[in-house]
Design a protein around this ligand. Structure first.
Ligand code: SUG
Length: 421
């Protein structure tokens, strides 16, 4: 068994659009009504995967979910709507959302070294706070069941009851001396976020920790700072990211930062905490630039690299801080900017687009693992079938629904994933 971190990126679906559905997500709100470019968005996503593959890292992917989702349309009584009613149009737009691309919200994952039975446990996130996201988990669960069908190595749970909001790995950080060593798991929940919803309920986090058979001594439950949620950090991964022994965080990420750092150091003495002070990068700049929505990765030579969005690299305050970090002697040795602008405009940076699973790649269904040849096949399918652009006013049009369904179907065929059709 060779346990490595595999990043599973969500392939951006053909219905990618800007309907402004996520209250508390400033990017989604500010781009509401814009024309989107699904083909470019999906190609940017594949380019990011290829970038990480070229670094020598294991890379997987998940396919887009079926959209428009007729089950949701029917459940909401929206088969024939009053087109003049903006509320009905907005509810219908939820059924068209390509939001499953942000696989950091697909599930919470506890690797085998952390769990009582030594298997990797996965719990799909119920995502109940937002209608357009709450429809994801049953289809996500089907896909996880296919990718991680090997029950000797994986245990899949159902989503936790929907009265407790769960947003998956975006509010969960794992730290360990190495990926394949027993680690500590840090669950970050929200109590309040001012005008914006706190999407992760503490009891959902605690349920996941119990379901996964974590040692209570090695699970931490930390409250997210209400001012971070109020400033637009709708998930913890907008203000903090961890990898192996390193936590990279904004100083205003947690309600009680000193308490959080002390608890982490107590449970993992080798922990290194890299704190970006508000004086260098304000909370607002951190959220605007998505500096922390980065992939903090252990590269094959042992150095850590930070895959950040171009928006962060282009932000003068962030750039100044990163230049200082690289000139110093800290644990993060490389900064690697990538272009995921189409996803960013909906509040999804490099880290949102991936779900981390520590596993032996040989135990994963190979149809979900990426290599160069498959990346080319995916790109060719996207180039051939994805709509070039979508105006949110067109959501609901039957001709667009046909195009979107055919595009996903073509991709599933190309990947031998017809079982998900
Ligand atoms: O849930 N955006 C997603 C972005 C998720 C980012 N994920 C992480 N931080 N891990 C969300 O708010 C926008 C959809 C719209 O407006 O059409 C959206 O769902």
């Amino acid at each position: 068994m060779k346990l490595v971190e595999i990043n599973f990126d969500g392939i951006v679906g053909p219905s990618h659009n800007y309907a402004g559905l996520s209250l508390g997500n400033l990017a989604s709100a500010s781009h509401a009504g814009d024309v989107s470019y699904p083909r470019a968005a999906a190609l940017q996503g594949v380019a990011k995967m290829r970038h990480n593959l070229a670094l020598g890292l294991a890379q997987g992917f998940f396919a887009p979910l079926p959209r428009p989702n007729s089950t949701l349309v029917e459940a909401m009584g929206l088969t024939a709507i009053d087109e003049g009613d903006p509320v009905q149009r907005r509810l219908r737009a939820a059924a068209w959302s390509a939001s499953s691309m942000w696989t950091a919200n697909a599930a919470t994952v506890s690797p085998g070294p952390d769990t009582a039975d030594g298997r990797c446990h996965l719990t799909p996130a119920n995502l109940v706070t937002m209608l357009h996201r709450s429809q994801e988990w049953p289809d996500t669960a089907r896909q996880l069941a296919l990718a991680f069908a090997d029950t000797a190595h994986f245990a899949l749970h159902g989503a936790v009851p929907p009265c407790f909001g769960d947003e998956g790995a975006a509010n969960h950080m794992r730290m360990a001396a190495r990926h394949d060593a027993p680690g500590i798991e840090i669950f970050v929940y929200g109590r309040t976020g001012g005008a914006f919803p706190a999407r992760q309920h503490e009891q959902a986090s605690r349920a996941v920790a119990r379901l996964h058979g974590l040692d209570p001594e090695r699970a931490l439950f930390i409250e997210q700072a209400p001012e971070a949620i109020a400033a637009g950090a709708f998930h913890n991964d907008v203000v903090a990211v961890a990898n192996e022994r390193v936590l990279f965080t904004h100083e205003q990420a947690f309600a009680d930062p000193e308490g959080a750092y002390a608890a982490i150091r107590d449970k993992l003495p080798e922990a290194e905490i890299v704190i970006v002070p508000a004086a260098a990068v304000s909370l607002a700049e951190a959220i605007r630039s998505y500096l922390f929505n980065a992939q903090l990765l252990t590269l094959p030579d042992g150095d850590m690299g930070l895959v950040i969005p171009l928006e962060a690299w282009e932000n003068p305050a962030v750039r100044g801080w990163l230049d200082g970090m690289l000139a110093g002697n800290g644990p993060i040795r490389r900064v690697l900017p990538v272009d995921v602008r189409q996803s960013m405009a909906n509040g999804g940076g490099p880290a949102c687009l991936r779900l981390r699973v520590v596993a032996d790649p040989a135990t994963v269904d190979p149809r979900f693992l990426l290599d160069e040849a498959k990346a080319e096949r995916i790109e060719a399918t996207i180039a051939r079938l994805w709509p070039e652009q979508i105006d949110p006013a067109d959501l609901g049009r039957e001709s667009l629904a046909i195009t979107v369904r055919a595009a996903r179907g073509g991709l599933l065929d190309a990947l031998d994933l017809g079982a998900l059709a």
